[in-house]
Design a protein. Structure first.
Length: 460
């Protein structure tokens, strides 16, 4: 026996079909969950218990995003009739990966670099299918599809970065050796024979391969050593701040443990000039001569330096920002930049440099180098007298204003046996990167070597 529905029942039935009920909340839940994940990632990156290191900062970001996906899964089940249980999968994937990075560091990072790109790409495809089938909110879809597409692009870029790094390692095996200087190892390569030994110091963001025109030419006359600062080229990253004093100390340890006897002729380009000046101030008996190649000017009484970033407290804001930015290289952005980076070095040197530029370590060390610039310029100013040791100051003819020329003239006054040469037609980078103008730098180095070997004074 059936009962005819009353008008009151029919009214309730119409209400249940016309009222979206809890379904209307899903778009807001999607938006709130994604926003929560982003905010949580930023807060965790800034948290004092997260070390200012790339692997820990990356792990913190992943944990924050994991929280957002977890919220979407839980809230959609609890408060809507469109449960998005699939969101638990990216929450688990990112959460576990983030915790591993924070807890175990670089050893896990190397494994995850191979695992996460294909896993994330497969997960992104599956997430799109789930959203299409289970989410009926147009606004929710428009929010999720771009986010999932970005995850897929990150996975593709991450795979490209990992495979490219492996290919670079095969194509460009390390010359020379790695030497422990106390907590990390630096790359050192020496060629040629004779004394004094020339030690080349590349500029900011550069590595030993940037001296590809100069090192072989100098090696035909005397022994020459090139090396990579921490995080560059084949050298390992360092946990300590790399200001001029620390770089000079590490270089001194490297040469001692690499059995490279002094005294040395030091040649530094750009920021490298700051580091050789600091080395000469700290170890004066081990420096026989010097070449400053369009060097960055040290601080002076007229230009007092500001406090070095990080002084006055242990919380390293800039270090966290640097670590966060450098992690983007693991998404392929470093390799993308390397493809368009122009240069005129010898082919092999150019390839080695581009391979280094593509890495997260190189990006992090380059950013940190500029963060430490104030401290480095002040430390370089500690060399006030180079006596009568041979010193050549080279200045680029292009791009040098009156202030820079005055600074270069002042550097030449450090020694009574000095020469200041302006290289017409050369710009700052061309003094080492262009074959023709790099020859002028090579000649300046050989002139200092000759002056060390004999009592003759430099020709201005």
């Amino acid at each position: 026996m059936t009962t005819e529905p009353t008008p009151k029942d029919r009214g309730r039935d119409r209400l249940s079909h016309s009222d979206p009920g809890p379904r209307g909340h899903i778009g807001w839940i999607v938006a709130g969950s994604l926003a929560t994940g982003l905010v949580a990632a930023l807060l965790l990156v800034a948290a004092p218990f997260i070390p200012a290191e790339e692997r820990a900062v990356t792990g913190a970001v992943l944990c924050g995003f994991a929280l957002g996906w977890a919220m979407l899964a839980v809230l959609s089940v609890r408060f809507t009739d469109q449960p998005q249980r699939w969101a638990a999968a990216p929450a688990l994937f990112m959460g576990v990966g983030g915790l591993l990075l924070v807890g175990f560091g670089s050893s896990v990072h190397q494994v995850l670099d191979w695992v996460w790109p294909p896993a994330m790409l497969a997960l992104a495809v599956w997430m799109i299918v789930c959203v299409h089938r289970q989410l009926h909110s147009r606004g929710g879809r428009w929010l999720l599809y771009p986010v999932i597409a970005m995850l897929a692009l990150a996975a593709i870029g991450g795979g490209w970065a990992t495979l490219g790094a492996a290919a670079d390692a095969r194509a460009y095996p390390m010359p020379g050796q790695l030497i422990d200087v106390g907590g990390h190892r630096l790359h050192l390569s020496c060629t040629g024979s004779g004394t004094p030994t020339v030690v080349l110091e590349p500029g900011a963001g550069e590595m030993s391969s940037n001296l590809g025109w100069i090192a072989p030419a100098v090696a035909r006359d005397t022994r020459v050593c090139v090396y990579d600062r921490a995080g560059r080229g084949w050298s390992e990253p360092a946990d300590t701040a790399q200001d001029g004093a620390q770089i000079a100390t590490d270089l001194h340890t490297l040469l001692q443990r690499g059995h490279v006897p002094g005294p040395y002729v030091l040649a530094g380009h750009s920021f490298g000039g700051l580091y050789v000046l600091t080395f000469a101030a700290r170890y004066p008996n081990e420096v026989a001569g010097m070449v400053l190649v369009d060097s960055t000017a040290p601080a002076s009484a007229a230009k007092p330096g500001a406090a070095s970033p990080g002084e006055g407290g242990s919380y390293d804001v800039l270090g966290r920002v640097s670590a966060l930015i450098s992690s983007t290289a693991r998404l392929g952005l470093g390799r993308l930049y390397a493809q368009v980076a122009s240069g005129s070095l010898p082919p092999r040197s150019e390839g080695e440099f581009r391979a280094s530029v593509a890495t997260a370590n190189n990006l992090r060390s380059t950013i940190d180098e500029y963060v430490q610039a104030n401290a480095s310029t002040q430390e370089a100013a500690s060399l006030r007298n180079f006596a009568d040791k041979p010193l050549v100051v080279l200045t680029a003819g292009i791009g040098s204003d009156a202030t820079h020329l005055a600074d270069q003239n002042h550097l030449a006054t450090l020694s009574t046996n000095s020469a200041h040469r302006v290289i017409d037609g050369a710009d700052h980078v061309g003094l080492i990167g262009d074959e023709e103008h790099a020859a002028a730098t090579t000649q300046a180095i050989l002139d200092v070597v000759s002056s060390v070997r004999s009592p003759q004074r430099l020709v201005r």
